[in-house]
Design a protein around this ligand. Structure first.
Ligand SMILES: Cc1ncc(COP(=O)(O)O)c(C=O)c1O
Length: 394
């Protein structure tokens, strides 16, 4: 993998050090080209027209769904295109058939997107159990074992914390779900772009993630679910039915039955191109490069006196999302200083995880640096050097 050559596909990188990949990734030229090709050469609606341009658009849009399924290593179930992880999770929350007294088990590590949809269900008599992590983000498997029982309809957890960077033992949690006949939802917003998720091995019922965090256009996300019968669609209307009478309607099979109305066609095709791009580099190559950067960043941050690092201190338990604070400075000050001093872009604040921040006692949140494969060792060095200067003046 030649990072320098790949970086040519991201012209925006000429002037910045982009370390906010957990919020959204950058978009390479081939993805932009795929989006423009659709608008320039075969723009038409999908699932409707019979003329050749409409057939071409339909074929490309359908192909993009297949690419996502291949990426997840599965031919089973259905890949539905959504706007983002948030919409995917809400589709499940709205689409499952609930009854009063059902239990949901989740964790305090969750992004608001995997918390609020379930909190809202509490108003309908659903019980929510929220497992609390320790200071490093760890939740013992025994906590899951104790919380999940035969009344647990759904367990919903993040695979990779967008604050602390720790990886949850999804396989083991899935086994506990199977033992109790509970459904299992994995929030893969942070993991799918970096880790190899194989649906066959993972054994879960729903996986939700965002195309825009893995080189796809903004406004793209995915809900994969094991079987089409598991939920009702969030929206109903045009494009998703085979037949309608005044007595009712018959939904189309597959993703079309869940994507009512004209979808984000260019976005979906762009997401397909993003997957082609990631596959061309090779996921193992990406993993190895990110591992090198992760080790370098972890070691560098731990070495700077005056910085407190949160989350696991060993690379085996973490991925490339880092939260930290600089003594005597609030996170927004640090983010501004990094930007002004060296065009280094990081996120600061609560990262849509206010309950977690309260639990950790971090009133102002943290500074978060998150990597992707186009980051370089040189960028990490410059980031660490700038931080050292900031610590000295703080
Ligand atoms: C773990 C996790 N879940 C859900 C989301 C929500 O993603 P989106 O804003 O694309 O809906 C994010 C976004 O940062 C995330 O990190």
């Amino acid at each position: 993998m030649n990072v320098q050559t790949l970086r040519d596909d991201f012209p925006i990188l000429k002037n910045i050090i982009y370390l906010d990949n957990a919020a959204t990734s950058l978009t390479p030229e081939p993805v932009l080209k795929a989006v423009l090709d659709y608008y320039r050469s075969y723009r038409a609606n999908v699932g409707r027209g019979i003329y050749s341009l409409a057939q071409l658009a339909d074929q490309r849009y359908r192909e993009a769904h297949r690419k996502v399924a291949d990426f997840l290593g599965t031919t089973q179930g259905v890949v539905i295109f959504t706007r983002n992880t948030t919409e995917s999770i809400n589709m499940v929350a709205h689409g499952l058939k609930w009854k009063r007294g059902d239990n949901i088990v989740t964790t305090l590590l969750e992004h608001h997107s995997n918390l609020l949809p379930w909190m809202r269900l509490e108003r309908s008599g659903i019980n929510l159990k929220i497992l609390k992590p320790d200071q490093n983000g760890k939740i013992e498997l025994s906590d899951f074992e104790n919380a999940i029982d035969k009344r647990t309809k759904l367990v919903t957890v993040t695979h990779l914390s967008n604050v602390l960077g720790n990886i949850l033992p999804i396989k083991e949690i899935s086994q506990i779900c199977r033992d109790n006949n509970s459904l299992f939802l994995v929030d893969g917003a942070q993991s799918v772009p970096h880790m190899y998720l194989n649906m066959k091995k993972l054994d879960c019922d729903f996986v939700c993630f965002s195309g825009h965090k893995m080189l796809g256009p903004t406004g793209t996300g995915v809900l994969w679910m094991k079987s089409e019968e598991m939920i009702e669609p969030l929206l109903v209307g045009g494009g998703m039915v085979d037949d309608v009478s005044l007595d009712g309607y018959r939904r189309k099979a597959g993703y079309e039955g869940f994507e009512a109305g004209t979808p984000n066609i260019a976005g979906g095709i762009g997401l397909g191109a993003a997957i082609d791009y990631l596959n061309r580099i090779g996921r193992e190559e990406i993993r190895i490069h990110e591992l090198t950067l992760t080790a370098m960043l972890l070691e560098g941050l731990l070495d700077i006196e005056g910085i407190e690092v949160y989350g696991p201190r060993t690379i085996e338990d973490r991925s490339c999302v880092f939260s930290f604070n600089v003594n005597r400075l609030v996170p927004h000050e640090v983010a501004l200083m990094l930007d002004q001093a060296s065009n280094i872009l990081v996120r600061s604040g609560h990262h849509c995880c206010i309950p977690l921040m309260n639990h950790l006692g971090l009133d102002h949140g943290t500074v978060r640096a998150s990597l992707y494969f186009y980051n370089t060792e040189n960028e990490i060095e410059r980031f660490l050097a700038t931080l050292e200067k900031i610590v000295k003046v703080a």
